[in-house]
Design a protein around this ligand. Sequence first.
Ligand code: HAM
Length: 424
Amino acid sequence: MAKSIQAIRGMHDVLPHQSPLWQFLEGRIAGVLAAYGYREIRMPILEMTELFKRSIGEVTDIVEKEMYTFDDRNGDSLTLRPEGTAGCVRAAMEHGLLHNQTQRLWYQGPMFRHERPQKGRYRQFHQIGVETFGMAGPDIDAEVILITARIWEALGIEGLELQLNTLGTPHERAAHRQELVAYLEAHAAQLDADSRRRLQSNPLRILDSKNPDMREMLDAAPSLMAHLGDESRAHLDYVCGTLESIGVPYVINPRLVRGLDYYSRTVFEWVTDRLGAQGTVCAGGRYDGLVEQLGGRPVPAVGFAMGLERLAAMLEELNPEAVDAAVDVYLVLVGDAAAREGLVLAETLRDALPRLQLISNCGGGSIKAQFKRADRSGARFALVLGDTELADGTVVVKPLRSDEPQLAVARSELIDILSSRFPG
Ligand code: HAM
């Protein structure tokens, strides 16, 4: 026998028993985004490689070692998107969505990064992301953070910590960079190989290192906070003040620098210690320079993306009862006459109760076999139609998830009974 083909490492199927959880997750998040007036945009999964190099940054883990890049048949270098911001900016520029207007956009879909797979880290994963354009003030920074807080509430996820930092302006970062490089050079002996490599190309990222041997030295490194001008400081204070007045707790983490190069001023992450090493469920910030960097006129922007696999894992642990996977009714049809009549009955019920989830038995089978299928389907009730019921115009209603007794009801009453049990 030929060896069967397996899914690619780090890429997962969402199986039928898991999809109710995903639908719940996506539906609740979309509901919150709609309530804030955000509109969905859908971008292609493939983009020109150049787009990601120019936006995420040449000297980032993503661009240096994680992208799925290949030449297509025309010889163009294409990349499976590792994130959504770059494509969203490209689409917004290309379609004139950024001319003298504000935009509040969201997207969802698969992203691809060739990382080492582990719990919470995959090579194909899914994000829901938000990008806003044309708003320079800190009010929109606060709004996007408040959206994320409301999403946790809508999902019933508790215990996430909001970490906040500012990366200042490019000018402020340049001043800090000089001081930082001098400090790191003075401590070069303690730097690991990765950090030494980044010393000139991207020293800020060294602060983000998880290497415990460098922790103490990095804790004492010069902070960007000291280089902030009045405007950057006021911007951060406004965001913090808004979060405080609305009651969203946060901590300032001066070492939060993000793994993508396009950020300026506000950056934030929501983290948990429940998911092991991959504890960031949502991350984002302001990126005022990106549109210009990609060839447009300067447009301020801020956004975030959340990792759906990580949220699904949290939801499964913290709030599984919120997810309703059950079917309402399984129609058991005993005998040929009932099988034929049952399809008619099922359509009548669907006409009257459009939201009722009803599975009609197909393919015959003994009553025992059909009840087994009914049970597997997760249905709350079985409706039974056999020769006896056909003869006297009734249907048996049998609860499958409780000890309540079954009862035979007249066909003419069935719709009323079901609509009282399953009110739309
Ligand atoms: P990011 O921090 O690279 O930011 O990813 C955002 C989130 O996606 C992470 O916090 C995590 O939950 C999830 N994620 C990332 N990589 C993986 C992976 N390999 N497996 C599972 N989940 C993962 C961005 O992508 C930015 N585009 C966010 C943004 C939007 N900033 C401004 N606008």
